[in-house]
Design a binder for this molecule. Structure first.
Ligand SMILES: Nc1ncnc2c1ncn2[C@@H]1O[C@H](COP(=O)(O)OP(=O)(O)O)[C@@H](O)[C@H]1O
Ligand SMILES: [Mg+2]
Length: 248
């Protein structure tokens, strides 16, 4: 049993829910009062399939939230066209990519549906841009490109059914520019009541826009203002729980 499954098992014992691992331990079968529910991997049976897809795809999240006027880091789409072994984008030519680089000085390129900070590259010139795209396209058909944001702080707001359940700051490890807990960042609970209130209002607006029931909203502070970086509808709290329990 992995750590996530141990946590779910503990909750089931407390709440009188039966717990069974099936399908080579990929699926958790939960039962109570003759009703069964299933957790597949770490995916809970709470969000619609559409919400899951909108959150999984960083470009789709951007389009939806932008269309609702919610501040979110700009994402541009680049997609690989296999038959001509080339890529297409809303930045049409190499010179437009160069203009984008000149304008922002530093940009971020990432796998559209990535997670855990993998395949997220910081780019300052065309050579690195091309090599990063090549790496992403080895395994994926699309990538996204964003301006590098000067992140003052990154927060994770975990929401369930119109309520915020937990907020913590992801404090970067000094030798990484990424705020992923799995890449060395530390989770720190927030004490500042005003900031918690601002994050709560902001995240619940995001949840509503995506019709999400259960998700974590990653919010960054830039020049004192709040912006969405990404939303995860598969909430996996293993790294947070391990840190809080002092297992790392
Ligand atoms: N546009 C950006 N500007 C600055 N840092 C970024 C940007 N996009 C991502 N990052 C950094 O990279 C980390 C991982 O990126 P993210 O979009 O959250 O992807 P993942 O799903 O892999 O966590 C973020 O926590 C943040 O620290
Ligand atoms: Mg992230």
């Amino acid at each position: 049993m992995n750590y996530f499954q141990e946590l779910i098992n503990e909750i089931c014992c407390e709440d009188g829910i039966s717990f069974e691992l099936i399908s080579k331990e990929w699926i958790i079968k939960l039962g109570k009062n003759r009703i069964n529910k299933y957790i597949a991997g770490t995916k809970m049976p709470l969000n619609s399939e559409t919400t899951f897809l909108l959150c999984r795809d960083k470009y789709a999240t951007y389009e939806v939230l932008q269309s609702e006027g919610i501040p979110i880091v700009e994402h541009r789409l680049i997609y690989y066209t296999k038959h001509v072994k080339s890529y297409e984008s809303d930045l049409n030519s190499t010179s437009e990519f160069q203009d984008y680089l000149n304008k922002h000085k530093k940009i971020i390129i990432k796998n559209t549906c990535g997670s855990m900070g993998e395949d997220v590259y910081m780019v300052k010139d065309m050579n690195k841009l091309k090599s990063s795209l090549r790496k992403i396209f080895e395994r994926n058909d699309t990538a996204v490109i964003s301006p590098f944001m000067n992140i003052e702080a990154e927060y994770r707001v975990i929401c369930l059914d119109d309520e915020v359940e937990l907020i913590f700051e992801k404090v970067r490890n000094s030798n990484s520019w990424k705020h992923n807990l799995c890449q060395g960042a530390r989770a720190q609970l927030l004490e500042d009541a005003d900031l918690k209130e601002r994050l709560t209002c902001f995240a619940l607006q995001v949840m509503k826009a995506l019709n999400a029931r259960f998700a974590s909203v990653d919010v960054i502070s830039v020049d004192g203002g709040l912006m969405v970086l990404e939303v995860n509808s598969s909430v996996c709290m293993s790294y947070f729980a391990e840190q809080v329990e002092g297992r790392t």
